[in-house]
Design a protein around this ligand. Structure first.
Ligand SMILES: *Cc1c(COP(=O)(O)O)cnc(C)c1O
Length: 429
């Protein structure tokens, strides 16, 4: 496969853009090789600068759930662009999208538009802190909530509950207000909550974790968080930037039947345009300015082009909930094909799947949290990634990311994905 044009562009990019990319994981650092540069995408396929086609298993990290270059979304975008890309003042589509979101996600009574998932998560915890007049937040190891300072905290070994900055530039003062607990460990949550009684503003969680690979909540985990928050008057924030509109019209909270106080949204909500949102209980959302004292603003928030794209995508999903069954079925065809291929070769790697999200973990352990995810053989993952790419299957370039299917992936693509995986296993044994 010739990827010379991509390679040349990457060399040029490195002279002018840090690391040659505008978001770190795109650089293929975890898997080796040079990142591909894309010119076009349609349906289930991406096309690179050298004219190679790839089945897309990431779909822009989630947003392109209806596949690429969806005609309805494109038409909505074009119409909005012609009417002017920005007003910096209210427009009708903001109201219609807000109504649609509150209709699709019952726990969201009011919603504020922002420009990214990062911004949504940062704003949600500012609101939780302002509303409760408390400083600390509790998050889970391996969960990603964008690159806001309070969230860039990793566990120091042993010191599980006191945050240490994960990146230079995050101050220790900020880090000490972030409490860390292993995902799925309800006992630890209760313990940490008891130790910090009256000080925790919010528990923030990805209801299905997608940023350490796909990790499902154990039965009772989300319910237990709801109970802890009710008893201690803590704001329960579900970060559904990834799972919102992906697992169901009402997100993971619909699937697991647990109500969040505040929900953060992103990715799918923008139909491929840069959009985020946070919303929830009306009494909390009314704390946001100009209604309330918690400040949050945005020059391009509620941008008419982005609103039009998001409205077109969400409307289609809302009107066709059967798409979620289709997505689940397609994904299970792949994971069952993988299981069968593994079994035939007496291999026992772990696969986690829910709806159109799944991960193959190169470990024999059950993956339930960051610790178990870290037991994976990342070199083997790198070989798998490069092998699939050379065969025209574009996976997430890291073991610690979920895959996200689109409705455009059909039986033909499924068969090609499975046969490529079998070929990988045969050459690696
Ligand atoms: C992607 C993601 C974010 C960050 O969203 P950006 O739009 O990249 O800023 C936050 N939370 C979760 C769960 C995500 O998956």
């Amino acid at each position: 496969m010739n990827i010379n044009t991509s390679k040349a562009l990457f060399e040029r990019a490195k002279d002018y853009i840090p690391g040659g990319v505008n978001s770190p994981v795109r650089a293929f650092k975890a898997v080796g090789g040079a990142p591909l540069f894309f010119v076009r995408a349609e349906g289930a396929y991406l096309y690179d600068e050298d004219g190679n086609a790839y089945i897309d298993m990431i779909n822009s990290w989630g947003p392109m759930i209806l596949g690429h270059a969806n005609k309805e979304i494109e038409e909505a975008i074009i119409k909005a662009v012609i009417d002017s890309p920005s007003f910096g003042a209210p427009s009708r589509m903001e109201v219609e999208l807000a109504e649609l979101i509150t209709d699709m996600v019952p726990s969201i009574e009011k919603v504020r538009m922002v420009n990214s998932g990062t911004e949504a998560a940062m704003s949600a915890i500012r609101l939780a802190r302002g509303f409760t007049k408390r400083n600390k937040i509790l998050k889970f190891e391996g969960c990603y909530h964008g690159h806001g300072d309070s969230f860039l905290i990793a566990a120091g070994s042993g010191a599980m509950t006191m945050g240490v900055p994960d990146s230079p530039g995050v101050t220790e003062g900020t880090a000490k207000d972030t409490l860390l607990v292993p995902f799925n460990d309800l006992n630890k949550v209760n313990e940490v909550a008891a130790d910090n009684k009256g000080e925790i503003a919010a528990i923030v969680v990805e209801p299905v974790a997608g940023n350490m690979g796909c990790v499902l909540p154990e039965p009772g985990f989300l319910e237990g968080l709801r109970k802890r928050c009710d008893e201690d008057e803590i704001v329960l924030v579900f970060d559904e930037v990834m799972t919102g509109f992906r697992l169901a019209t009402g997100g993971a909270q619909q699937v697991f039947n647990v109500r969040a106080d505040i929900t953060t949204l992103g990715k799918i909500i923008g139909g491929g345009m840069p959009v985020g949102a946070y919303g929830g209980r009306a009494d909390m959302m009314d704390y946001v300015s100009p209604q309330g004292p918690v400040y949050q603003a945005g020059t391009l928030s509620g941008n008419p082009v982005a609103m039009a794209a998001g409205f077109a995508q969400l409307s289609r999903l809302n009107e066709h909930p059967e798409l979620y069954e289709q997505l689940d079925k397609t994904t299970k065809m792949i994971t069952k094909g993988y299981q069968k291929a593994l079994k035939k070769r007496k291999l026992t790697y772990t696969i986690n799947q829910i709806g159109s999200m799944f991960s193959l973990f190169f470990t024999h352990k059950k993956v339930i949290n960051f610790e178990t995810a870290k037991s994976c053989n990342t070199e083997e993952f790198g070989r798998y990634f490069r092998f699939m790419l050379a065969r025209g299957v574009y996976l997430a370039p890291s073991q610690f990311e979920s895959l996200f299917l689109s409705t455009e992936i059909t039986k033909d693509e499924v068969n090609k994905i499975i046969s490529s995986f079998e070929a990988f296993l045969d050459q690696s044994i």
